[in-house]
Ligand binder design. Sequence first.
Ligand SMILES: Cc1cc2nc3c(=O)[nH]c(=O)nc-3n(C[C@H](O)[C@H](O)[C@H](O)COP(=O)(O)OP(=O)(O)OC[C@H]3O[C@@H](n4cnc5c(N)ncnc54)[C@H](O)[C@@H]3O)c2cc1C
Length: 386
Amino acid sequence: MAGKTIVILGGGFGGLAAAQQLRRMLPPEHRVVVVERQDTFSLCAFNMRFMAGEIKERREVVRPLSELAKKGIEWVHGDILEIDPAARRVRTSSATLEGDYLIIALGAEKDGSGIAGFAESAYNLYDANEALLIDKPLRELDRGRAIVLICRSPFSCPGAPYEAAFLMDWTFRSKGNRQQVEVAIYTPEPRPLPAAGPAAGDALIGMLKERDIKYYPQQKLQKIDSGSRKIIFEGGEAPFDLLVGIPPHIAPKVVREARLTDETGWVPVEVDTLETRYPGVFAIGDVTSIKQPNPSGLSLPKAGVFADEESRVVAANIAAEIRGADKSKRFDGRGFCYIEVGEGLTAYASGNFYGYPGPIVYLEPPSRKYHEERKKLELDQLADLV
Ligand SMILES: Cc1cc2nc3c(=O)[nH]c(=O)nc-3n(C[C@H](O)[C@H](O)[C@H](O)COP(=O)(O)OP(=O)(O)OC[C@H]3O[C@@H](n4cnc5c(N)ncnc54)[C@H](O)[C@@H]3O)c2cc1C
């Protein structure tokens, strides 16, 4: 059997998971190549620990991608400049590569520059370096309004902004000044975790209420006035003293330029195989647009848990095809997420996003067990992926 080449575009959460799976399943004559512009990997979930001051420096939780070579995974360090999906060819700043298979795992660009005032006023929770800066002003705020602002939908990890609000609440309660600080979340979403269906969203609203965290859904953001420290929405405004923001997300430019996206702005794929309209070209993770195969009209959320499971499906089917076996693995829409609420407690949402007639997802109340489970999972993932 002639050696095949699988080129994985993006060495983030989904791309590295796919590379590890493929390397385990395929003998060494087949090449597994990851193209990534960064030279280290870390989990975005650590941003929550940076914000809470639990981890003080990024280097405590990064892994060098040069380590991939030890596992027989090739890493091409460079920017992907052009994708030709029909030819399965990729031009990068360091080489041009052709694959028998392409897996696109380029995530989402998270960029606040289109929102006037965002860069001057908000700490970007989705940027690790900025998340590290939140701890100090959070601890120093004595009174006023601490706000979490979701600029646009969709965004990665639907639970993360809520987690940020819970961590703010807990910081002020531990400090003893919660009565003096209002904690609030503003979002364009109709309810929390909208893609998970009403049961999980209502349970999360209950958790916000219990902690007196104000919740403002369906807020259409216009701009942030950094001078007067006000967020301006279509229907009103909100003052802030500390602002933690989730910037708008878009598919990476190189993906848009390759015309891989549809009217959603993201890459459409088959709901169970993750194949794009180009044979042998797959897309996984945050870059995809996946409509739930049920009448809900909802999409699959962008989350690492799905990127991981999707990577397993794609890797198993590519490996099966190369071996001449049945490509029988299917993605079934199951997923879970943890939502930390402070005090060493974490809630757990899980279920089936492909349920009928809509997603069947439940949120279990915060417990120490889930807290420990989550911390262990994050460290295991960091160690496994590189
Ligand atoms: C604060 C925060 C907390 C989160 N917590 C959780 C959680 O608890 N559970 C969970 O399931 N999910 C969580 N997520 C979501 C999770 O991190 C993402 O869903 C996941 O990273 C998506 O994986 P991906 O491979 O699609 O994209 P990414 O992990 O973003 O990887 C994309 C990669 O492509 C690279 N890239 C992009 N363009 C180019 C280019 N032109 N050339 C070269 N390289 C390029 C990028 O550098 C990046 O490394 C969280 C996200 C955030 C921001």
